[in-house]
Structure formats: C-alpha cells, structure tokens
Design a protein around this ligand. Structure first.
Ligand code: GDP
Ligand code: MN
Ligand code: MN
Length: 250
C-alpha cells in the first residue's frame, strides 16, 4: 500500500513585503489553498508586514551593549537591538544567546539584517503564536478553508553545524506528536518519544525557502497526515538542562 504523497509547494510571486501588507491575502492570491493545507510563513515577512523593523541609527548603545560589541566584534547599535529584543541573556560570548518573552531561545534574539534595506534590523514577531492564529483565521475568512499555519525562523543549534528552520509559532494543530504509550513493531511501550512535528515541517519549509534571494517566504504542505499531542514545545526553566548549564545554575 502506498501512502498518499505529501505535496510541498513554495509560494512564488510575492512582492518585497512592506509594513501594512496583508500576508494571508497575498498568499491566497498566489496559491489556491485547500482544506487541511499547512502553510509555513517565514517570520521575516510577518515582521516586515507588522513594522517590527528599525534603523540601526536609532539605537543608543548602553554600557553593556558597548562591552559586548567589543567582546564579540559587532556593531554596538546592533548589539543594543539584540539586548532590546531579549527577555534574558543566556550567554554573552562568543555570541549573544537570548531568551525571548514567548519562550524561544535563539542566537542574537533572532534579529536579522538580511532581506531588508541596509542599516535596518528585523525583529522576530512579538507573539508568533498569535501571528499564526491570526493568519489561520484570515485564511479561513478569505477562502472558507481550514488550514494550519507555522511561523518559522532559521536557527542555529547545539552539537551540529548548520542552521535549520524552527517553528516559533503555530496554529491549527499541536506542536508535538506524542508517541508515549504507543507500542512499537515489537510490542514495546514507548516511554519517551515526543516528536516535534512543527519543527520538522519548519525544517523542510526552510529548505524550500532558502536563505538568500529565492524570494520564497511561504511554503504550502498538502496531504500531511494528522497527529495529536500537546503544545509544550519549550522546556520550562526547571527542565532545561542546557539553559541551566549555560546560566551556571545547575
Ligand atoms: P527568516 O528565515 O524568517 O529569517 O527569513 P529569510 O531572510 O531567511 O528569508 C526566507 C525566504 O523568504 C528567502 O527565500 C527570502 O528570499 C524570502 N524573503 C524574505 N523577505 C522577502 C520579501 O519581502 N518578499 C519575498 N517575496 N520574499 C522574501
Ligand atoms: Mn531570521
Ligand atoms: Mn531563513
């Protein structure tokens, strides 16, 4: 028996996104979305559409920004933008590792200087879960179809070289597919396995988007199987061993 093929479609033809642009409407103009589709959207275009951008010249570096800029060889105004975006600093050197208020931990708070005009920075969406929810509801309004939405960002990771796409917001399904309690092919009960499905989809979406000048900031997945689980994607501070080690609180 062959499973129905999953279709993966990069959304071509989107403009350079400006503040005020309606991302769900622009995507629906380019691609006829169907019931059950999963739409991955690069955080960078969501942020641009909401005006979460700022000119570097508008940042006045604090003492800490000046110190970290010197330590890491970066522009003090950029470092200040990273500090502004962070709810906590997990590590200062050799790069700033930040926690954001919505639970994500990322290098330089996910502040980007690419795919925007010179001298500008793009912040991550302030509330990516709400962003995904807004997109899903807008697409339902425009097309009448129920879709799932994932807001992605390209992130580094521990232990391995290379960046991959991560989900920072999602709506329409759970982040995790929970296998605990299932039995494997040999009848063993699975005790640990929680599959981070939203990150797996975000990873493939990121592959289709590319990082530079593809101009493909959204990807549609069709015919994905459905799954069930929970939304506790981020470790709590208590659970997160890496965070504790880096903050030297273990
Ligand atoms: P991030 O992973 O969310 O930080 O976003 P990237 O800067 O890596 O961009 C992801 C994809 O979206 C790449 O294919 C970019 O070329 C594309 N992209 C970024 N901004 C825009 C935009 O304003 N319009 C269009 N059409 N594509 C964009
Ligand atoms: Mn990014
Ligand atoms: Mn990217």
């Amino acid at each position: 028996m062959i499973m129905e093929s999953i279709q993966v479609m990069g959304v071509q033809g989107l403009p350079l996104i400006q503040e005020g642009d309606n991302i769900p409407a622009l995507i629906c103009e380019q691609i006829p979305v169907q019931d059950g589709d999963i739409i991955s959207i690069a955080s960078t275009i969501w942020s641009k559409s909401k005006g979460y951008t700022k000119a570097l010249s508008l940042f006045t570096p604090s003492e800490r920004a000046l110190r970290l800029a010197k330590l890491n060889g970066e522009d003090p105004r950029f470092v200040q933008s990273v500090l502004d975006a962070s709810s906590d600093i997990i590590m200062e050197h050799p790069f700033i590792l930040s926690e954001l208020s919505f639970g994500h931990i990322g290098v330089r708070a996910g502040v980007d200087q690419s795919n925007i005009d010179d001298g500008m920075v793009i912040f991550l969406p302030r509330d990516p879960m709400a962003a995904a929810d807004e997109c899903r509801k807008d697409i339902k309004k425009i097309t009448g179809n129920n879709v799932g939405v994932i807001i992605t960002d390209t992130c580094g990771r521990s232990f391995r070289r290379g960046q991959t796409g991560n989900a920072i917001g999602w709506s329409g399904f759970t982040a995790i597919r929970d296998f605990r309690g299932d039995t494997d092919l040999f009848g063993h009960v699975l005790k640990i396995t929680e599959e981070a499905v939203v990150d797996e989809i975000a990873g493939f979406a990121n592959f289709v988007m590319g990082e530079s000048n593809n101009g493909v900031p959204a990807v549609v997945f069709r015919n994905c199987p459905v799954w069930a689980g929970h939304d506790n994607l981020y470790f709590t501070k208590e659970e997160d061993i890496t965070r504790k080690l880096l903050k030297k609180t273990l």
